[in-house]
Write a protein that binds this ligand. Structure first.
Ligand code: G1P
Length: 278
């Protein structure tokens, strides 16, 4: 029997400039912007750990050192607050650090999400892996997180899985959009996908959000993928190659997703977590 590989690795493309959040992102990585007291990236790492992943791989770029410092030990600070009421504020982060390893590579040139994912190959190797775009913040109050839901599907179908949600037709230009054949109410076998189509060209209103499980053959496909929309190497174009041989499933996930790359979504997420945690 072929030994099935579990998804243990999670890749976080985090090299982008975050221009929509200037001026704050001039010196602070957008992945470090806080929702309440936790940076966006920490929410993503928690979601991956909840899905039983323990190898975190981050594709960074210039000006992103705060990310590495966040997931490292700060001896002086931790010593300072040891035994005080403040200690508990770091306990969740401490648990994450104990449960997983963090490794980093730099994307030297900004050539798109597909290129960022390909830059992560050195950290991932020949294993299935998750991709989390930290500015898409997901939460499922009623049960397991989105990545945990997707890992179950990967285990069953053994192919790439993308999380999708319905968006108003006029917003298709912001997303990768899929089409295909329904397997059931929540799953679609994908046979078409287009990066940021105009509403009139969109094959549906099912938009990919920033959660993927990818099989490692995606790296070879990405290497051969020419620049697409915006002159960038698009993960959507590479996934289409897998979809053409029936190897991509789209999943209408359970839970909420906030577009924290936009000010509106960021404020919405802040209010949501404030009300949830107070
Ligand atoms: C990227 C992907 C797009 C996807 C989106 C989800 O776009 O290229 O296919 O729908 O993430 O957030 P970006 O938002 O980086 O422009």
């Amino acid at each position: 029997m072929v030994k099935v590989k579990k998804v243990k690795k999670c890749l976080f493309p985090a090299a982008g400039y975050g221009t929509r959040f200037l001026p704050v992102t001039k010196a602070i990585p957008k992945e470090m912007l806080p929702i309440l007291t936790k940076p966006l990236l920490q929410y993503g790492v928690s979601e991956a750990v909840e899905a039983d992943m323990n190898i975190m791989a981050v594709v960074t770029g210039r000006g992103k050192r705060a990310i590495e410092d966040h997931f490292d030990t700060s001896f002086e600070l931790e010593h300072q607050i040891q035994g005080t009421s403040k200690e508990s504020l770091l306990s969740e982060l401490k648990t994450l650090k104990e449960k997983c390893t963090f490794s980093y590579t730099r994307q030297i040139e900004m050539k798109g999400l597909g290129h960022a994912i390909l830059s992560g190959e050195v950290l991932i190797g020949n294993a299935p892996f998750a991709v989390v775009l930290a500015d898409d913040l997901c939460d499922n109050e009623d049960g397991e997180g989105v990545l945990a839901q997707m890992v179950k599907l990967y285990d069953k179908y053994q192919c790439s899985v993308v999380a999708v949600e319905e968006v108003p037709k006029e917003e298709t230009q912001k997303y990768g959009v899929i089409a295909g054949t329904a397997i059931n109410d929540e799953l679609i076998r994908v046979d078409d996908m287009v990066e940021k189509p105009k509403p009139e060209d969109a094959p549906s209103n099912l938009a990919i959000i920033g959660r993927y499980i990818l099989t490692p053959d995606i790296f070879d496909i990405l290497r051969k993928t020419p620049p697409g929309r915006g002159g960038e190497i698009q993960i959507t174009d590479a996934l289409l190659k897998q979809a053409e041989i029936g190897k991509v499933i789209a999943y209408k996930f359970k839970g909420k997703r906030f577009d924290c790359g936009s000010v509106d979504g960021f404020v919405e997420a802040t209010n949501y977590f404030y009300n949830k945690e107070k």
